[in-house]
Every structure is written in structure tokens, then in C-alpha cells.
Design a protein around this ligand. Sequence first.
Ligand code: BGC
Length: 637
Amino acid sequence: MENKSVKRQLAALFLSGAMLLSACGQTATDDVETGGSPSSLEQTTEADTNDTEPASETANEAGVDTAVYMDVSASVEDRVAALLSQMTLEEKIGQMVQAEQAGLSPDDVTTYGIGSVLSGGGSAPSTGNTAADWQARVNELKEAALKTRLGIPLLYGVDAVHGNNNVYGATLFPHNIGLGAANDPELMEEIGEVVASEVRAIGVQWTFAPTLGNPQNVSWGRTYECFSENTEDIVPLAYSYISGLQGDLSDNAYMDSGHVIACAKHFIGEGYTTDGTNQGNVDMTADKFDELLSSGVLDPYISALDADVLTVMASYNSVDGVKCHENHHLLTEVLKEQLGFEGFVVSDYNAIEQTSGTTYKDQVALCVNAGIDMFMEPYSWKDCIQALQELVEEGTVSMERIDDAVSRILRVKFIAGMFEEEIGGAAEEEYLSEFGSDAHREVARRAVRESLVLLKDETSGNETAIEKLSHAKNISVTGQKAYDIGSQCGGWTISWQGQAGNITQGTTIIEGLAEVRDPDVALTHSVDGSLADETDAVIAVFGEVPYAETDGDRDNGQIRISAKDAAMLEGLRGNLSSLPDDVPVVAVIIAGRPVDLTEYEDMFDAVVMAWLPGTEGAGVADVLLGKYAFSGTLKFH
Ligand code: BGC
């Protein structure tokens, strides 16, 4: 691992040299570590399966020789080569598409030999949204893939971005912005392990996480999906989290059945778009952007590669008007050649359609030739198959490119142990029985505790506001977000955008306070800023409404608390005047980024940034009531 790390650091340093050389019209790729390049790529020729005789005693009924590729003791590269050499063009292209599960039949998977399926944000099985419903649906599609001639396993991907967040009852962690504030690499690895187990419980082997962007403008609606605005903060967290998700894959180890494939996303530059616009443009020449990459922006990806991350997702954003999805320099020269990435690059949801080609076929050509290996084309996957087929037949896309893409996908499937995977086996059942367990929730609760940042804590008398709160006997809690699991989880929870209300299992902040308080402490609660007659401490909980991606983009300076919460604060302001001065008034902010509190700041003696804590509201209570100290620090300013 250390060697690899050093090599990659050198490769990154080399970037600037490569840029210089290419500016002089030379290429530098001979001097750097190149990605993939297994002997399999040189050996591959397309098999004409119609003429294939059962090649050996190990040939299956369909005449396929499974001896090497099903042999777990053979090397991954030999297995890739043995399988690839027997694949038809149709079978290869099938591996390169990813379809959305909604509306997809098991027959589609078998007939088209689809390589991968996703559940986009909020896409639950039609039968229901429990972990058991998911497991049944995922496994029926996985079984369909095994009925194909070659029996290549289906890779199923979900956005488990703060826990297995689509599924009812999952343990949900703080969104990454909170984990960045916690800044605890060891904890990140533990979280990765728990998330992997809850994802495996439903039969899924791949999560599209973590996001490694470093937002430069918090107007961006995806700010909360990122750990920090500084890449150096992201580096150790990315490494540990991916190690937790995937397990230790060093020394050619296969992944075990308790881990999942991670996906470093979105490559690259997403945090630098003009005005923080989601999917926007980075207004920089390609050369300037290369300089930016060398100055540290690539480091989180280098760290992800050091942790052996198996997949990378391309970013929707463009650089100097060119979409990353069609940028050969970024996807192939930088990521695959210079950084030596040997896994595969998946496109983002319908992102192909945003590229510059005038027809869909042109767009597919641009992207596959730029270096996209798997096409996340949720509902246009059939068009994508057809386009790829025609492009190869016409010679616009070479067989070498197809073989490279498919080798990468197969390599990941082999390394992830998918050819040995037991569908719905004992391990999966065990993970299902631990789904949403107390032990998992305890890890999330700790993460919540560590993520809280104390922004202000004024002293009056001899005590700070938080100290006073810790021994108050009559606490008035106000604000709807104090008893709202949906709001405290934010976007990417049950549905793509998330939603206020009782949308999944967990502990709200008020429930957490009730659990953690000493037995003689009275808690009252209102939504409108009213307070109990007898009040010796006030906690006001408020912030942003849930959102995801573009829906969370805001104009500069318009990052405000919700209108309902603002009305609550106005009510509270009126009521505070009747309280004695020494009663501590504590704000708890539930938001995906720093919010503008200028109008309200004078109301509060203490301000706590709680981010989007997830399902374990008791973690907030643990720290508010003084059972644990505040330790989170701001990673955004
Ligand atoms: C997001 C990705 C996500 C994908 C699949 C896209 O809209 O940009 O981060 O992985 O959807 O749900």
C-alpha cells in the first residue's frame, strides 16, 4: 500500500510535468504508471461463439469454458482474460450499461445481459420499502443475470451516502459535512463497515459514495455531501471511509461478503463552478484547471486510489465549457494513466445527454472515447446498447476501447468476489438481522456527538450558557425540527430530496433529550416559540428544509433558515423578553451548510451547529446536556 501511495504521489507531481510536455506537443505517458494494461487487454479477440466447440471438460452446457474465470485461485487478470476472450460484442456492451430497477424485468436482465442496475434516489421496490423487500427485488434481478450464457453476476448500485438511506429503518449517519466537522478517521472506518453491512443486507454490492468535492461556494446544493472546503481535510477521511466500505484490498485480496464497492465521485472540479451552480461550469482554461488539480484538488482522489477504490463517477460539471464526461484528458490521461486507476469509470445519471454531441449516438461516442466505461443510463439503456453497437460496427469506437472498458468492469466484479457470491446466503441473512440494530445506531450516535460544533457560548455569572443548560431543571424546547426525523436527516433520505416528517425510524432530538436528561428534568415542547411558564433553559431547533442537488442551489447570500422556522423565531423573540436574563437560550441549527443568522444572533447565548445529523438525535442530546464535550470544528467558513 505504501509503495502504491508513493507512486501515486509521484504521478500527481508528474501532472505538472506532463502538462508542460503536452504544451510542447509531446506526450509524457510513457514515463508514468499506466492504468490497467493487463496482458488480458493484449490478448483479447472477440469470440465467435456460434463456432465455439465445448473447449474442454470444463465447458458448460452453452459451450463456455468456465475453468479459469470461475477459478478463485487463478489471478484476477487471468480470469478477466479468460472471460473476455469468450464474450461476444453484445455481451461486452451489455456489461457496459446500467439500468434503473423501476420498471425493469428480470427478463430484461437476462435478454440484454445487463451488467449493472441501480436504484436512483428514492427508487424502492414496487412491493415496499423494507430491507426484506429490497433484498427480494435485488436478488431476483441478480438471479436473472446468472441465467445468461456466461453467468456474469449483476452489479447492483445504490446511493448509500449517509447510511443505506433509501431503505426504511436503516441507520443513518450525519451527512458528510458533519463527518468532516467530526474529523475522526478511525470513526470513518467504523462507519464504512456499518454502512457496508446495511447495504449488503439488501443484496447490494456497490454504493455511489463518497463524494470528494471541496466546495468553494456554499450556495451549491451539494455542499453537505462534502467533508470540507479544504482538500487536506478530505484526504484522511476519504481513505478511512473507503477502507471501511471496501475492507482491505491490498496484496490482491478479494473483497469479502461483508464489504461493498465504493465510488469516489464526482470527478472532477464540481466544487469550483461559477456561483456554486450545480452541474455548472468551472470558468478556467484547461491548463489553469490542470494547475488547480496539481495544487491539491486531486489529492482526495489520490487518497481514494491508495485505499484501492474500485470505481469513480464522472462529474456533471464542465471545465471551460467542456463536460467532464467527454473530457479525454481528465478521465483517461489524468485519472487512468497518470494516477493509474485500474477500476472503472461510471457516468452520472443521464449525464451523457448533457454532452456536446448533436445526436444521442454522438454523445455516447464522445463519452466512451473520453473514458466512460459504464453508462448510467437509467431509462435509455437500450438506446445506449444500440448506439454502442453501431459505433463499434462503424469503427467510431474501437474494439480496444470496448475491451478496456469491459476488462475494467470485470476486474472490479472479480475483485469484489461477485463470481463467488451466494445470493441470499447466510451472510446476507445475518446482515439483514443486524440492519438498523442498536449496535449500528450507537456508531451513528457517536458520529453525531463528534460532529457538533459550538459556534458561540457566552458566559454570564460564572457559567457558560451550555453549562447552565446541563443542570437546568425546566427546559423549554421549541421548533418543529426538534421532533422531525425527516428534517434532521436532510436530502437523500427515503426519497431523493428528503422530506420533513416521520419518514423513517430513529430518535428525534426531543426524544433524545427525553432519554438523556436526568429523571428530575422537565421538558416541554412547542413549535411556535412559546415557552413553559417555568423555564430555566431554552433550546430552539431550526434550520433548512431538506433538499438535494440542484434544488438546494441558492443565490449568494440567500442561505437562510426556512420561513416556518423564521416565524417560530419571531414568536420566540417576543417570549424571551419575559424571561430572566440569566436563562440560557441555545440555538441548535439543522442545516446542510452555514446559514445566515445575522437577524437572530442576538437572541442566543449559545449556538450549536448540528448539520444534518441523521437518525440518531440522542447524539445531539448527549452533548447539549453535558454528557460529552463539544469537539467538532468548522470546515467551512
Ligand atoms: C447524482 C449522483 C448519484 C446518481 C445516482 C445523480 O443525480 O449526481 O451522485 O450517484 O444520481 O442516483
